[in-house]
Every structure is written in C-alpha cells, then in structure tokens.
Design a binder for this molecule. Structure first.
Ligand SMILES: [Zn+2]
Length: 161
C-alpha cells in the first residue's frame, strides 16, 4: 500500500499519518549496489490543508544495510529526516494528482530519501580499506623463498652425490 493522504478527511481537520511503509513501495531495491533497504520506512507525519495545497511535515526514519566502499564490511546506516516537509500544490501547473480524493505521498518521500542516501558509505570515517598491499607483498617473498629453499636442497643433493 502506498502512503495516501485523504483530502476529504483533511478538510475537517489536520491528519496524523504514522506507520511503516515497505521499501518495495518506495522502489528502493535497485538504487545502489552498496546500499540496501530491507527494512520499512518509519514515518510520523502531519498533513495540513492550506489555501492552495497541502503541507505535510514530520519525521522519517529508515535503516539501510550498507557495504563499506573501501573494505566491503556490512554495516547499518540510519537515515533520519527529522523535520521533513513537503508542500503539495492542488492548483496550478504543478498540481499533484488526486485519485479518489487521495494524494499519493510515496513519490515525494522517495525523492527526499534518495537525496539523503549515503553517497559514499564507509563503515567508519577513517576506514583504511582492504589490506591489498600487505597481502600482495606477502605473496611475492613466499614464492621466492620457496625457490631459494628448493635450490638450496638441490645444492645439498648435489653435494651428497
Ligand atoms: Zn570499511
């Protein structure tokens, strides 16, 4: 179910919209290969009717499963929009689509959540990344030492002979 705001109910009084919205509803599955939204968005909003539109404001919170861009370690990122606000015009060229007295808030939520997405997710600010250089250095000496050892044995064998 998308998050709908009923204009008919809103005429009488301000509406409180609180609950959870599945990440699939927001279309967040394929956004970023290092950032995954498995948990639902938690919202606590108040909608208010204005002369020419609706004002929706409140709190949004979404826990994202990220992978660090440097070391690929999985970690959680808490995306919080404390004072989210959105003005939806009901008149003029920019007016929002009204279906059965309802306005779908989902695309507006999605847009601002994407703007707040971590662009460069790091497990910690000073993550040093994978230790590729050290691993690389270790491999080379191991190989050359093995050769040295085997040639040493070959030399010993020659001596024995
Ligand atoms: Zn990291």
């Amino acid at each position: 179910m998308p998050l709908l705001c009923n204009l008919h109910l809103l005429e009488a009084k301000n509406l409180r919209l609180a609950g959870e919205l599945a990440a699939q509803e927001l279309g967040l599955e394929q956004v970023d290969e290092l950032v995954h939204a498995h948990q639902p968005l938690q919202y606590d909003l108040e909608a208010q009717q204005l002369a020419d539109g609706i004002l929706v404001q409140g709190h949004l919170q979404l826990t994202l499963e990220c992978e660090c861009v440097r070391c690929l370690k999985p970690f959680q990122y808490h995306l919080v929009l404390k004072r989210w606000a959105c003005h939806l015009p009901l008149q003029g060229e920019e007016k929002v689509l009204v279906v059965n007295d309802c306005v779908d808030l989902t695309p507006w939520l999605r847009e601002d959540i994407l703007l707040a997405y971590p662009q460069h997710p790091l497990c910690k600010p000073k993550c040093s990344g994978l230790l590729i250089k050290q691993t690389g250095k270790m491999k080379t000496p191991v190989g050359s030492e093995t050769k040295k050892v085997s040639s040493a044995w070959a030399a010993l064998n020659k001596l024995k002979l």
